[in-house]
Design a protein around this ligand. Sequence first.
Ligand code: HEM
Length: 422
Amino acid sequence: MTQQTTGGTASLESHTGLTSLTEITSSPDPQAHYARLRKQWGAVAPVEIERKDDVVVPAWLVLGHAENCQVMRSELDYSRNAANWRWNVENLLPPGTAIGTYTPSVPRPTAFYHDGDERKRLREPLDEALAALDERVVRERTTDMCERVIDRMGPSGSGDLVKAYCRPIGFLAMTTTLGFDLETGAMLMADAASLVSGDGDRVAKAQANTAGIVLEHIRQRREEGGEDLLSRLAVHPNFAHDGEIASSAIVPVSAAAIFLTAWITETLHQVLADRSFAARVSGGRLTLDGTLDEVLWRRSPIAQSPAPRFALNDVELGGRRIRRGDALVLGIAAANRDPAVHTGDPWDEVDNRSHLSWGTGPHACPAPRLARLIARTAVDQLLRHMDVTLTEPTDDLPWAASAWVRHSERLPATWSQVPTAM
Ligand code: HEM
């Protein structure tokens, strides 16, 4: 069906009064925003990524499922390298923007920022190191780490579950898998919080500190050897120097830990807020894996991928003219609820794994199995050891102020340890 939509050929910068991505992602009902944008613009809509000193940084938000797949799969038209972004080429970005952190004009040496053969060279070590991880060991270490965080919550207490449990677990699980001890993990976690602060000086300091810790660790692991992720990356022949290894490790520490936190938070939110959901889980009608999938479909932890693409050519997408150099933001949560794939017919949902919460194409997440193992263990451990009750109606709780990830900013709760059977 052809929709009547606004301005098919107008340039991205010519649009004004754009909706901000952060406003959408942190609103109580982002799907209502996506539906409104879809109605006005079709499958591709202009939005505001960020505003700094009255300068609005625009991008195309890709709302359609098919259009998201098209962008994610075509490296020839859509690049991950922000050197191709008009706002970098023409030096239009005001200093100190948060988006500047994700879109360096000189790409860092990791698969995340590259296309084609260079992406393959840098991605291969990650794929191989992840495939070689012993899942039994990861489960044991994650369980151990969860138990230590649960112990710190005390026999009973109250507070914010995101701060007390989900955030430390998301980060420490990641740093533990890389091979850091808990103390170093806590330092890296503090740096990661600074990386998304939007404060240029703080970001630079945190980047330097993280790089120092990781580089030191790489040297150590190369000498001593080991089974963890970083030890495997440290000896991979594809890397030309330690800076490449450090960058490849820092993406998981800084970005994936935030995604994990969001997934764990929203799964606990779903289970604890909706008693019928909890009853389905405890009654055996829904597995924890089923619950985790439900969250990926309906409340994707990544609302928009924080890895925009940059048009390499003048192209048409979803009936809209995209100019060379435009930024495109992949609308994962919008695509997951695109009426074309999510019809509301329950029979269409049986075994339907076509959601885009892991991305697709050359930059798709390399770690869905590992992420699931960690998230499942984290949720299972908390529910096994603690009796948790949310203490505020969750409809009133704020959402994290982010353009990219969506999760409750806090989950106020009371908890008490479940007595262990003798
Ligand atoms: C064990 C934890 C995780 C690790 C180690 C990890 C690692 C990575 C890496 C290295 C990339 C970049 C790949 C590339 O550009 O070639 C990536 C991409 C991605 N990850 Fe993960 N990730 C983890 C957890 C998650 C979680 C929990 C989610 C959300 C459900 C997620 C969703 C994604 C998506 C959507 C992309 C693709 C972004 C795009 O194409 O724009 N990841 N991940």
